[in-house]
Design a protein around this ligand. Sequence first.
Ligand code: NI
Length: 183
Amino acid sequence: MIKRAAAPPNELQDFYNNALFYAAQAHNGQLYAGLPYVIHVCMVADEVLAADRKRPFQNIKDAVSIALLHDVLEDTPVTKEEMLRRFEPAVVFGVDLLTKKEGLPLPDYLNGIKSGGSDISAVKMCDRIINLQKPPAHWGADKIEEYYDESVLILEILGESHDYVSKRLDMKIDLYEEMFMKK
Ligand code: NI
Protein backbone atom coordinates (compact mmCIF):
# COMPACT_ATOMS: atom_id res chain seq x y z
CA MET A 1 0.00 0.00 0.00
CA ILE A 2 1.24 3.46 -0.84
CA LYS A 3 1.37 5.67 2.21
CA ARG A 4 0.18 9.21 1.90
CA ALA A 5 2.47 11.94 3.14
CA ALA A 6 1.43 12.84 6.67
CA ALA A 7 2.35 16.49 6.37
CA PRO A 8 0.57 18.98 4.12
CA PRO A 9 2.51 20.31 1.12
CA ASN A 10 5.36 22.49 2.26
CA GLU A 11 7.98 22.95 -0.45
CA LEU A 12 7.30 24.68 -3.76
CA GLN A 13 7.51 21.33 -5.60
CA ASP A 14 4.78 19.90 -3.35
CA PHE A 15 2.49 22.82 -4.15
CA TYR A 16 3.31 22.44 -7.85
CA ASN A 17 2.51 18.73 -7.89
CA ASN A 18 -0.62 19.10 -5.77
CA ALA A 19 -2.04 21.71 -8.14
CA LEU A 20 -0.85 19.83 -11.25
CA PHE A 21 -2.58 16.59 -10.19
CA TYR A 22 -5.78 18.52 -9.56
CA ALA A 23 -5.59 20.34 -12.91
CA ALA A 24 -4.73 17.13 -14.78
CA GLN A 25 -7.82 15.41 -13.38
CA ALA A 26 -10.07 18.40 -14.01
CA HIS A 27 -8.89 18.88 -17.62
CA ASN A 28 -8.68 15.16 -18.36
CA GLY A 29 -9.72 14.54 -21.98
CA GLN A 30 -9.32 18.19 -23.04
CA LEU A 31 -6.72 19.12 -25.61
CA TYR A 32 -4.33 22.00 -26.27
CA ALA A 33 -2.88 22.05 -29.79
CA GLY A 34 -3.76 18.37 -30.02
CA LEU A 35 -1.95 17.45 -26.79
CA PRO A 36 -3.22 16.89 -23.23
CA TYR A 37 -4.45 20.25 -21.91
CA VAL A 38 -2.17 20.23 -18.86
CA ILE A 39 0.73 20.96 -21.23
CA HIS A 40 -0.65 24.50 -21.43
CA VAL A 41 -0.90 25.09 -17.68
CA CYS A 42 2.59 23.61 -17.10
CA MET A 43 3.99 26.05 -19.66
CA VAL A 44 2.31 28.96 -17.86
CA ALA A 45 3.61 27.73 -14.49
CA ASP A 46 7.15 27.38 -15.89
CA GLU A 47 6.92 30.92 -17.27
CA VAL A 48 5.99 32.07 -13.74
CA LEU A 49 8.90 30.14 -12.17
CA ALA A 50 11.39 31.59 -14.65
CA ALA A 51 10.07 35.11 -14.02
CA ASP A 52 10.30 34.61 -10.24
CA ARG A 53 14.05 34.05 -10.62
CA LYS A 54 14.37 37.44 -12.32
CA ARG A 55 12.13 39.27 -9.88
CA PRO A 56 10.54 37.39 -6.97
CA PHE A 57 6.78 37.14 -6.80
CA GLN A 58 5.14 38.06 -3.49
CA ASN A 59 4.02 34.46 -2.92
CA ILE A 60 5.46 32.08 -5.48
CA LYS A 61 3.71 28.99 -4.04
CA ASP A 62 0.31 30.58 -4.54
CA ALA A 63 1.31 32.07 -7.91
CA VAL A 64 2.44 28.69 -9.28
CA SER A 65 -0.70 27.01 -7.95
CA ILE A 66 -2.86 29.71 -9.56
CA ALA A 67 -0.97 29.28 -12.85
CA LEU A 68 -1.58 25.52 -12.86
CA LEU A 69 -5.24 25.90 -11.90
CA HIS A 70 -6.03 29.04 -13.92
CA ASP A 71 -8.43 27.39 -16.39
CA VAL A 72 -10.13 24.93 -14.04
CA LEU A 73 -13.14 27.13 -13.23
CA GLU A 74 -13.41 28.46 -16.80
CA ASP A 75 -13.15 25.19 -18.71
CA THR A 76 -14.24 22.36 -16.39
CA PRO A 77 -17.31 21.56 -14.24
CA VAL A 78 -15.25 22.02 -11.02
CA THR A 79 -16.74 24.67 -8.70
CA LYS A 80 -15.15 27.21 -6.39
CA GLU A 81 -16.60 25.39 -3.39
CA GLU A 82 -14.94 22.15 -4.48
CA MET A 83 -11.61 23.92 -4.97
CA LEU A 84 -11.82 25.50 -1.52
CA ARG A 85 -11.79 22.03 0.02
CA ARG A 86 -8.33 21.46 -1.43
CA PHE A 87 -6.70 24.90 -1.82
CA GLU A 88 -6.11 28.07 0.17
CA PRO A 89 -8.77 30.77 -0.29
CA ALA A 90 -6.09 33.07 -1.82
CA VAL A 91 -5.43 30.50 -4.57
CA VAL A 92 -9.12 29.99 -5.35
CA PHE A 93 -9.65 33.76 -5.26
CA GLY A 94 -6.88 34.18 -7.84
CA VAL A 95 -8.25 31.46 -10.12
CA ASP A 96 -11.71 33.01 -9.86
CA LEU A 97 -10.37 36.45 -10.88
CA LEU A 98 -8.69 34.87 -13.92
CA THR A 99 -11.96 33.18 -14.95
CA LYS A 100 -13.76 35.07 -17.72
CA LYS A 101 -17.34 35.89 -16.77
CA GLU A 102 -20.13 35.85 -19.34
CA GLY A 103 -20.78 39.36 -20.67
CA LEU A 104 -17.99 41.07 -18.71
CA PRO A 105 -16.12 43.50 -21.01
CA LEU A 106 -12.40 42.79 -21.37
CA PRO A 107 -11.19 46.02 -19.65
CA ASP A 108 -13.39 45.24 -16.62
CA TYR A 109 -12.10 41.67 -16.52
CA LEU A 110 -8.49 42.91 -16.66
CA ASN A 111 -9.04 45.61 -14.04
CA GLY A 112 -10.56 42.94 -11.79
CA ILE A 113 -7.36 40.93 -12.17
CA LYS A 114 -5.29 44.05 -11.48
CA SER A 115 -7.23 44.62 -8.25
CA GLY A 116 -6.15 41.14 -7.14
CA GLY A 117 -2.52 42.23 -6.99
CA SER A 118 0.74 41.94 -8.88
CA ASP A 119 1.14 38.14 -8.68
CA ILE A 120 -2.25 37.39 -10.25
CA SER A 121 -1.66 40.10 -12.87
CA ALA A 122 1.70 38.58 -13.77
CA VAL A 123 0.14 35.09 -14.08
CA LYS A 124 -2.34 36.52 -16.60
CA MET A 125 0.52 37.99 -18.63
CA CYS A 126 2.36 34.64 -18.50
CA ASP A 127 -0.78 32.93 -19.82
CA ARG A 128 -0.84 35.34 -22.77
CA ILE A 129 2.90 34.91 -23.42
CA ILE A 130 2.26 31.17 -23.83
CA ASN A 131 -0.84 31.70 -25.97
CA LEU A 132 0.85 34.05 -28.44
CA GLN A 133 1.74 31.15 -30.72
CA LYS A 134 0.93 30.47 -34.34
CA PRO A 135 -2.81 31.22 -34.70
CA PRO A 136 -5.12 28.26 -35.44
CA ALA A 137 -5.53 27.65 -39.18
CA HIS A 138 -9.21 28.61 -39.13
CA TRP A 139 -8.54 32.12 -37.74
CA GLY A 140 -9.00 34.92 -40.27
CA ALA A 141 -7.05 38.21 -40.36
CA ASP A 142 -9.77 39.92 -38.25
CA LYS A 143 -9.56 37.35 -35.47
CA ILE A 144 -5.77 37.50 -35.47
CA GLU A 145 -5.89 41.30 -35.20
CA GLU A 146 -8.45 41.08 -32.41
CA TYR A 147 -6.17 38.73 -30.48
CA TYR A 148 -3.28 41.12 -31.02
CA ASP A 149 -5.36 44.08 -29.75
CA GLU A 150 -6.44 42.06 -26.72
CA SER A 151 -2.81 41.24 -25.94
CA VAL A 152 -1.84 44.92 -26.16
CA LEU A 153 -4.63 45.75 -23.70
CA ILE A 154 -3.43 43.04 -21.29
CA LEU A 155 0.05 44.59 -21.40
CA GLU A 156 -1.35 48.10 -20.98
CA ILE A 157 -3.50 47.30 -17.94
CA LEU A 158 -1.32 44.69 -16.20
CA GLY A 159 2.18 45.59 -17.42
CA GLU A 160 3.33 47.41 -14.32
CA SER A 161 2.81 44.34 -12.12
CA HIS A 162 6.08 42.68 -13.16
CA ASP A 163 8.73 44.36 -15.30
CA TYR A 164 10.43 41.18 -16.56
CA VAL A 165 7.14 39.50 -17.52
CA SER A 166 5.86 42.66 -19.18
CA LYS A 167 9.04 42.96 -21.28
CA ARG A 168 8.64 39.37 -22.37
CA LEU A 169 4.99 39.89 -23.26
CA ASP A 170 5.91 43.03 -25.18
CA MET A 171 8.49 41.06 -27.16
CA LYS A 172 6.01 38.22 -27.87
CA ILE A 173 3.39 40.71 -29.07
CA ASP A 174 5.92 42.25 -31.49
CA LEU A 175 6.88 38.81 -32.72
CA TYR A 176 3.22 37.88 -33.21
CA GLU A 177 2.66 41.01 -35.28
CA GLU A 178 5.84 40.42 -37.25
CA MET A 179 5.11 36.78 -38.02
CA PHE A 180 1.35 36.63 -38.44
CA MET A 181 0.07 40.13 -39.31
CA LYS A 182 2.55 41.87 -41.59
CA LYS A 183 2.28 40.73 -45.13
NI1 NI B 1 -4.63 29.70 -20.20
